[in-house]
Design a protein around this ligand. Structure first.
Ligand code: FES
Length: 99
């Protein structure tokens, strides 16, 4: 199990190795979480900033990198949460706020 810390709330969720960050939607049902949409890397709703542990989220594919750059999120700290699998402790925050 690996700890995913969601900021700014500081909520910690344990996910099994290899789990998708999409699991956060179920683990945090009814609570503030990542705003998932399509869950296939096509809508951009789930952009996150990785504050710590970026190397624990698998590699960023060319399609994900290109789409993030198209959305204006260049740089290694931004990911599409729906395209990330957890392989170690990470600290993340949603780039898009619902507020
Ligand atoms: S939920 Fe649509 S890109 Fe991740």
């Amino acid at each position: 199990m690996h700890t995913v810390t969601l900021m700014p709330q500081g909520v910690e969720v344990l996910l099994s190795a290899g789990s998708s960050l999409v699991e956060l939607e179920f683990e945090l049902y009814g609570q503030e979480s990542i705003p998932f949409g399509c869950k296939v890397g096509a809508c951009g709703a789930c952009v996150i900033q990785v504050l710590d542990g970026a190397n624990h989220l698998g590699s960023k594919g060319d399609d994900e990198r290109d789409f993030l750059e198209f959305l204006g999120y260049a740089g290694d700290t931004f990911r599409l949460a729906c395209q990330c699998s957890v392989n170690g402790a990470v600290t993340i925050k949603a780039a898009l706020s619902r507020n």
